[in-house]
Structures are given as C-alpha cells and as structure tokens.
Write a protein that binds this ligand. Structure first.
Ligand code: SAM
Length: 286
C-alpha cells in the first residue's frame, strides 16, 4: 500500500516528516491553508500553512501549561481573554476553573473554529459553555479597543508569520497591559528557546519595559520541534511561581501538576544567559 508522508514546516531550515493515515480536511481560508490529518505517531493533527498547531497525543502539555500556570498564579481569575486559540484547547482548560465567570476568545479565522468543532471535538468542547463569548476578529485590533478589564490574558497564537506577526510586538503588549486589571497576568506562547532565542529576547525586552514581573517558563511538547517550548508570563503584581490553588483530581490533567508549576520556571543556563544579555543591553540603553 502507498505510504503518505506529511512534511511539516518547523522553520526555514527544518521540516519534520510524519506518516499520514488519513486526510480528513483541507481548505484555504482568507488567512491560511488549513488541514486536519490522522497520523499514527501523534494522532489527529491540525496544521495551518503546513505548521503543526496541535496534536491529540501531546496537546495536554501545551494547553494545560498555557492556561493553568497563569490562572493558578492569579488569586481570583474571573475574566479571561484568549487571543488566537481557535482550536479550543486553551479555552477548555480555562473553563475548568470554577472562578472563571466570563471567557472571551478572539480568533481571526472562523474556519479554524469550524474545523476544530467538526474534527477535534475533544479540544472544541468549551465553545458551547455559557460563560464563553467568541469574537471573529483580529486580536491586535481587539485589544486596542478593549475597554473590558481582564484578570488574565492568554495569547495562544500561531508562529510569528502573517496575521500573527503583530501579536509579538511591544505596541500589542502595551494594549494588553491596558486591557488587564491592576493585578492582571499575561501569558503568551513564545516558540522554542532552542531555535528562536532572538524572538524570546525581543519579547522579554519588550515586556520588562511594561511589567514589573516577567518570567519565562517551559513545557515539553514533543510534536513542536525540538520538543522544548517556551511561554512568557508578565504580571502586574502576583509572583507567578507560587500557585494559589491546585487542580481537582476530577480534572484528570495529563501534564500540569503543582510541582511542575514551580519547576517550569527553572530555565537552562543558555536561556538565563540570553535573558541577562537582554537586561544588560536594556540597562546600557536606559
Ligand atoms: N498551539 C498553537 C501553536 O503554538 O502553534 C497555536 C494554536 S491556535 C490554532 C493559533 C491561532 O491563532 C490560529 O487559529 C490563528 O488563526 C490565530 N491567529 C493568528 N493571528 C491572529 C490574530 N492577529 N488575531 C487573532 N487570532 C490570530
């Protein structure tokens, strides 16, 4: 039988190859090429422009860490804003917190939500929750106009390409700070520290000018080459390393634990050195 292999784009120098059992969906939206495929190694996958966004096999690592670290770092996360995240995985984790009264999700591409609802119902389960309001619009514009004050804002963006480029720059973070309450917390996915240190340094530099507390943290997400993934957390008041609550056993989480919450903020030496260099450059400039 003929084998079909997917060449997934990691960056301009690296592709990974995945054997594909079935292609369930292919479409081209105004913003990107969408695909949902089944692979024996990672299970069902969502791809945008040939880049893996999520896979059923390892999605808990990414979605639990992008959601539970900021929400447990906040004493009472009542209003949460998610920018991007159209697959629904981050929203599903946010809604586990009984403190959450309202969750807004701002996704630029409605077709991602439709594809996820149809082919990834395990991720999309939260879209019908009464606490959720979905906005199909550009997250950059949304935060410019946001008058709502949020406790936690999560930027669950795709890679910094096309419509997501502006989700990594300082003007956007300034508007996010504005949209947060005075003890609010921002978390953003910030790519791989192994391949994207320039981007991490740029984001760290931007956020340290805007927030008193900025802490990167890590998770292991095997389908995102090279497996180690970074998030950047910026807080107006609360020390994010200390979880204020714990998940209930009934949540049956697959990755996040209270121990991992603390440990995720421990960074490899090369990452710490890069952050120190960024701080030194900022000191010289200031
Ligand atoms: N977990 C994923 C990862 O790290 O690759 C990201 C998941 S989620 C599918 C990313 C979403 O961000 C996409 O659905 C994309 O359409 C959305 N997006 C990109 N740029 C955006 C923008 N400017 N405003 C709102 N959503 C945006």
């Amino acid at each position: 039988m003929m084998e079909i292999w997917l060449k997934a784009h990691e960056n301009k120098n690296l592709f990974t190859m995945h054997r594909v059992e079935r292609t369930l969906y292919r479409s081209k939206s105004k913003y990107q090429d969408l695909a949902v495929v089944d692979s024996p190694q990672f299970g069902r996958m969502l791809l945008l422009d040939g880049v893996i966004q999520t896979t059923l096999r390892d999605e808990p690592a990414y979605h639990e860490m992008i959601a539970h670290v900021p929400l447990f770092a906040h004493p009472a996360p009542r209003k949460v804003l998610i920018i991007g995240g159209g697959d629904g995985g981050t929203l599903r984790e946010v809604l586990r917190h009984p403190e959450v009264e309202k969750a807004h999700l701002v996704e630029i591409d409605g077709q991602v939500i439709e594809a996820s609802r149809r082919y990834l119902p395990e991720l999309a389960a939260g879209f019908d929750d009464g606490r959720v309001k979905v906005h199909i619009t550009d997250g950059i514009k949304y935060v410019q106009e946001a008058s709502d004050q949020h406790d936690v804002i999560i930027v669950d963006s795709s890679d910094p390409l096309g419509p997501a480029v502006g989700l990594f720059n300082q003007d956007f973070y300034r508007n996010v700070r504005q949209a947060l309450k005075k003890d609010g917390i921002l978390t953003a996915q910030i790519e791989s520290p192994f391949f994207n240190m320039d981007l991490l340094q740029q984001v760290y530099g931007s956020l340290t000018e805007l927030f008193p507390i900025v802490r990167p943290y890590l998770a292991s997400v095997p389908s995102y080459s090279p497996g180690i993934w970074s998030f950047m957390l910026a807080s107006k008041k609360h020390d994010p390393r200390k979880a204020k609550r714990e998940p209930a056993d009934s949540w049956e989480l697959r990755y996040y634990t209270s121990e991992l919450h603390r440990a995720a903020f421990a960074l490899p030496a090369y990452y710490c050195q890069a952050l120190e260099e960024t701080a030194e450059v900022a000191d010289r400039a200031g």
